[in-house]
Design a protein around this ligand. Structure first.
Ligand SMILES: C[S@@+](CC[C@H](N)C(=O)[O-])C[C@H]1O[C@@H](n2cnc3c(N)ncnc32)[C@H](O)[C@@H]1O
Length: 452
């Protein structure tokens, strides 16, 4: 019945992909679930005065979106048929229900939220100069001071966990931003499903969420998205195209510890099984999970814990969205794999060789010598040690129009977890207690602008 209703409104004739449909329904539901304020605001969009304009904007947003073509066509056809009278109206009602899981009015409200008709777009700095940023970074010890330099400061934090970094950042910078009469956009996301049994105390902290909502709205535009993969930022629309700073603190391991363009699937899986233990997907109390048999213990994690994406994907994402990118509290396993992608010398990207404590000094030679001599708190410019890679291939699809790759014009490396004048994340603050861990690394990256 429901399928018939959609094929009535869907004039492209293509089959609606059931996986894409259930994923879309889930995301629409999530948009409603996560944004109580926005949900209230959608009421106004559907009142008699606004309805026509709202539907017009909604159609435009759907056309411009990166939804799968089958969903996009089904949405367009359904919404365009909204003035239909009975019996066609039944098809419209059923189609909306099938696409969103909601009855008509709620469905349209949820779509307005999902396609972000509610929140005004935050302004961003269009005339930004990456050369000036490089000079700024070289002459300042705290890269976050860049937020005070720009007219429209904004920061996106990928894999934000408990939001303690956001709290430290606001404590340090909000008063100055407010006194300057400016507004900061602070966006954070994490792949953990809100309410999931996995993730424990590391879920976005509710007290912090409430605290952030109490800041003056004209000076702080804060949003947090849970269940959001940092490597797919096609939605929500509210995300800015470019942020003053993009951060990723303690990039997840093993997700970013193995580069798939360098290591075969077989090599990665074999290494994971040998070092972490046998693992498989299971269901725990109705939730998908990853079960790992590690040294005689059975551990469970979010199902995507061992989804290997590699550093190129992370670098591609931060370079697309950030004027400045800061990756902090990077453990050794992830660090050398990221570093290999930033350096011109291909010998540092050997095919199918997993980096280990034993082989890293031999593979990275002088680079290893120079970096391992850095003391905690010290910094250096990578290009002074070895030439930077002139072009990294895009790992995320689609590539920006007309772009065959990307590069960083400046890469600064710091040793240590916490730096006296910089806000730090929860994980960064744990390193001093982890006596078996070597000090982690921090990378401060300036992507080359389009014209540089
Ligand atoms: C080691 S924790 C670091 C958390 C926090 N940034 C910190 O430094 O304390 C890694 C975080 O990345 C999140 N994560 C892993 N893969 C992700 C992905 N593909 N998209 C978004 N978040 C992800 C995890 O849920 C976890 O919160």
């Amino acid at each position: 019945m429901a399928r018939d209703s959609l094929s009535n409104t869907q004039n492209s004739g293509e089959a609606l992909d059931q996986d894409a449909l259930s994923q879309f329904r889930h995301q629409v539901k999530q948009a409603k679930h996560e944004d109580a304020v926005g949900w209230e605001l959608t009421r106004k969009l559907l009142d008699a005065h606004s309805l026509d304009a709202t539907l017009k904007r909604l159609l435009e947003r759907i056309r411009d979106s990166q939804c799968s073509p089958s969903i996009q066509n089904a949405l367009l056809a359904t919404i365009m048929s909204q003035e239909a009278t009975s019996p066609k109206r039944m098809g419209y009602v059923d189609s909306l229900k099938e696409l969103t899981g909601f009855p008509p009015t709620k469905a349209l409200r949820a779509l307005c939220l999902y396609f972000d008709l509610v929140h005004p777009e935050s302004p961003s700095d269009s005339n930004f100069d990456s050369q000036a940023l490089e000079t700024f970074i070289q002459s300042h010890s705290n890269p976050y001071d860049w937020l005070l330099e720009t007219d429209h400061p904004s920061l996106l934090d990928l894999g934000a966990w408990d939001l303690s970094f956001e709290e430290e950042l606001l404590d340090q910078f909000f008063p100055q931003i407010q006194n300057a009469g400016k507004s900061i956009t602070l966006h954070a996301l994490d792949r953990l499903q809100p309410g999931s049994q996995f993730g424990g105390v590391y879920h976005a902290n509710q007290e912090r969420l409430i605290r952030f909502s109490q800041y003056a709205r004209e000076h702080l535009n804060f949003r947090f998205w849970g269940a959001k993969d940092m490597l797919d930022l096609s939605t929500p629309r509210e995300l800015l195209k470019s942020y003053s700073i993009v951060t990723c603190h303690a990039p997840a391991t093993p997700t970013f510890a193995f580069e798939p363009t360098r290591l075969s699937q077989h090599t990665i899986q074999e290494h994971l099984t040998r070092t972490k233990g046998e693992f498989k997907n299971v269901r725990v109390q109705g939730e998908e999970a990853l079960e790992v048999k590690h040294r005689g213990r059975t551990l469970t994690f979010p199902s995507w814990k061992f989804a290997i994406r590699g550093p190129l994907a992370l670098l591609d994402q931060v370079a697309r969205r950030g004027q400045l990118c800061i990756l902090s509290a990077i453990d050794s396993e992830v660090f050398w794999e990221i570093l290999a992608q930033l350096i011109e010398d291909e010998a540092m990207r050997p095919l199918n060789v997993v980096f280990t404590e034993e082989n890293i000094p031999k593979i990275f030679k002088d680079v290893y010598e120079s970096l391992s001599s850095l003391k905690e708190g010290e910094r250096c410019s990578l290009s002074k040690i070895t030439p930077l890679r002139p072009q990294l291939p895009h790992a995320l699809m689609p590539s920006p129009r007309g772009s065959s790759g990307f590069r960083f014009r400046h890469v600064e490396i710091r040793r240590g977890a916490v730096f006296s004048d910089m806000p730090a994340s929860f994980t960064a603050r744990q390193f001093s207690r982890m006596t078996e861990e070597t000090p982690p690394w921090c990378l401060i990256l300036v992507p080359a602008g389009k014209n540089s």
